[in-house]
Ligand binder design. Sequence first.
Ligand SMILES: [Fe+2]
Length: 443
Amino acid sequence: MHLDTEPPSWRRKSNQNPLDSEKKLESGQSPITKRQRLVFQVHITRGDHEGRSMIISWVTPVEKYPNVVTYWEAGTKHLHKLQTHSEITTYRYYNYASGYIHHATIKDLTFDTKYFYEVASNEVTRQFSFTTPPKLGPDVPYTFGVIGDLGQTADSNRTLEHYMSNPIKGQAVLFAGDLSYADDHPNHDNTKWDTFGRFIEKSVAYQPWIWSAGNHEIDLASNLEETDPFKPYLHRYYVPYKASQSTSPFWYSIKRASTYIIVLSSYSAYGKYTPQYKWLEQELPKINRYETPWVIVILHVPWYNTNHYHYMEGESMRVQFESLFVQYKFDIVFAGHVHSYERSERISNIKYNITNGLSLPVRDINAPVYITIGDGGNMEGIANNFIYPQPNYSAYREASFGHAIRDIKNRTHAYYCWQRNQDNEPVVADSAWFFNRFFSYGG
Ligand SMILES: [Fe+2]
């Protein structure tokens, strides 16, 4: 990543203008000259560890302006508008040249407060709003949406629309990896990253999505001489990893209301003594369950999966980390990758030591529930290839597209449900009450 101060010299040499995809989406619009200061792909995510900062991102296709976000508290008598400049980055990928990608971190926000923000040029003003999370506390209710492997197909659109019109209103999205699926297109067609940014804007411009990286973010293509893994993802989706003393955007933590959220990377080294492992070790004692009773992990490759697709792919990572998850009584682990839905029982498989033969998962009241939510829409189809008979550690599984809601009530109780795209919004296909691992000992 680098900060550009001048238009890159290669911009006009590119044979693939980033506006091409924009044109397709808004046919009949004026030519580039009138559109060149428009603002696209607005998205927000958390900017710090506690909840008083937001990273606001947008793309300007041809010029690096507007590069300022203006924001203010809603409903205040004397409007006090503040401004923050963006950090600007660009990248090339094979024959693609990105627009100017802006990331502005706004700070010192008030908890539980609605803010308006706008990015404006002479030609256009685009205004959005968000609400900051409530102050941290053990009994603070909060509702997360959970989406994975979204893509940008008709199914993806149904998932997003379904989530947005769910009567249980999610306040932030936990995203389990695999965003645009640009890499499934010839030459990793990076205009698909642009269209994906536009597709999700209707939600992510108004509430933060908490990102984790999947295999479709790797974008490694030695045949195209693209040898920097995760290049498009890293330029487009900033995360506040330094706020949790992480050394990499692929693993980090944030606190939100009554929940401690840990993002891990299935595609970074996780063996003992690796940066990711050492970071998690240092992170664990920092979790104060009297402040944030709920601990949620997001990663991409599921550890418990009863689908032939990607079966056992998460095994080596499970072996490294699972005993820590049980020791620290984590509540829930969300994964994507497998393009279907599954919820596990509370189980662990940490007794096995090569010689003792104890290699089967067993019920474990201190273990988290594992949920595979890779059913966002992708572009490779549904993963309808389950292992039969259904192993007893699998509580519910189904090959349908959908999203989940995690509705935390207080320090002991959280409601969880999964909703299929083929049902009406209030219809719940799978649900469970969660009893906090630290404060209660119920099922
Ligand atoms: Fe996927």
